[in-house]
Design a binder for this molecule. Structure first.
Ligand SMILES: Cc1ncc(COP(=O)(O)O)c(C=O)c1O
Length: 362
């Protein structure tokens, strides 16, 4: 039995009629930009996150650019960021003329720690960007205690929680999300959001996404055209009430892997202390990653190396590449994503674990 790397179709199948009806409603209403669906989605996501302000934007990369600008980051400032993440995390920093200062991760959970961040702080550090990678939750409180504002890149962690019940995206000075179709909450195209408890920051963000204007008549800032589409917001609203159950499904999938004995064969991703990750991706580690990937591929088991070349070794990041990041290098060399979805069954987990067991890894 083949097992795909993700399954976004099955969870959406039950919602198809509601999605079709909602799309028709928006087309009939004829309002496509910053209308009632975007406002309602922002309110509903804000309530679910426990973050007082949410602003829909065009995608998760713009969300980072706008959040950094709203937090006052500009040319010449330093922003600490992990190297083991999707390129957009660092790209957003360089795009606004600031310097990504790459910090290390703990390969056991793939996130930054207070120690790795502290080692990267400079006199010019304006913001620390933590990435809640693969659905794990970086220790924001400990990092914020270092005294620099924290921006959470929560693109991969919608639905993840920490021990006291607070959610990823409601922990730092601001947080960003992506609704790329494969994310925990996926649009039918691009989409993103910024969340914050700071009313002043929210006001600036509302202007930045709208050409630096409040009314499209007077322009107070040099801004962007970066809005979440009304149609995408409407379709996200249909899915949002199901997000927590889908995240429970992701946790159940991780439990299936553990119950099937995967931890005896490979390194399992560890939750950061006390947190409950809504595993966006389930990323194991093995020193013979290439042999494992080939064996899984041959058995029809979806798998993928996500960040085999970490950001500090990417061509465009050469000006900021003079760092040594042993945890990052280890994760880059050994990580492999295996199937994960809200509907991954015990049978599918058994199939994946059997294929790992059968792989010749000696
Ligand atoms: C960690 C991380 N940051 C930022 C982004 C950028 O989001 P988007 O693709 O919506 O621009 C993504 C996802 O694609 C991501 O995984």
């Amino acid at each position: 039995m083949a097992v795909p790397l993700f399954d976004t179709r099955t969870p959406l199948a039950a919602l198809r009629a509601d999605l079709n009806a909602k799309a028709a409603e928006v087309l009939d209403a004829g309002r496509y930009i910053l209308g009632p669906e975007v406002s309602a989605f922002e309110r509903e996501l804000s309530a679910q996150l426990g973050a007082p302000h949410v602003l829909g934007v065009a995608n998760g990369t713009d969300a980072l650019v706008l959040a950094l600008r709203a937090m006052g980051v500009g040319p010449g400032d330093d922003v600490v960021v992990p190297s083991f993440t999707f390129y957009a995390s660092a790209e957003a920093i360089a795009l606004i003329g600031a310097n990504p200062v790459f910090c290390d991760i703990d390969p056991a959970h793939y996130c930054v720690t207070a120690e790795t961040v502290r080692a990267a702080l400079t006199a010019n550090t304006k913001v620390v960007m933590v990435v809640h990678l693969f659905g794990n939750v970086a220790p924001v409180d400990e990092i914020a205690a270092l005294g620099v504002p924290v921006l959470e890149d929560a693109a991969q962690a919608l639905g993840s929680r920490i021990a006291d019940g607070r959610r990823a995206g409601a922990l730092g000075a601001a947080a960003t999300f992506s609704f790329f179709p494969s994310k925990n909450l996926g649009a039918f195209g691009d989409g993103g959001a910024v969340a914050t408890a700071d009313a002043g920051l929210a006001e600036t963000l509302a202007m930045l996404r709208f050409h630096g204007s409040r009314d499209k008549v007077s322009f107070e800032l040099v801004g962007h055209n970066s809005r979440l589409d009304e149609l995408q917001a409407a379709l996200l609203r249909i899915q949002l009430p199901h997000l927590d159950a889908w995240c429970d499904g992701r946790r159940a999938a991780a439990a299936h892997y553990e119950a099937a004995g995967l931890g005896e064969l490979v390194g399992l991703p560890q939750p950061v202390d006390g947190c409950e990750p809504a595993w966006h991706l389930y990323v194991i580690r093995h020193p013979r990653r290439e042999a494992l990937a080939a064996a899984l591929g041959a058995a029809g088991i979806g798998n993928k190396r996500y960040y085999a070349t970490p950001l500090h070794r990417q061509t465009a990041m050469r000006p900021w590449s003079d760092v040594e990041l042993p945890g990052t290098e280890e994760a880059a060399r050994t990580h492999l994503a295996i199937p994960m979805s809200p509907v991954l069954t015990r049978e599918q987990a058994d199939e994946v674990v059997a294929a790992v067991r059968d792989a010749d890894l000696d």
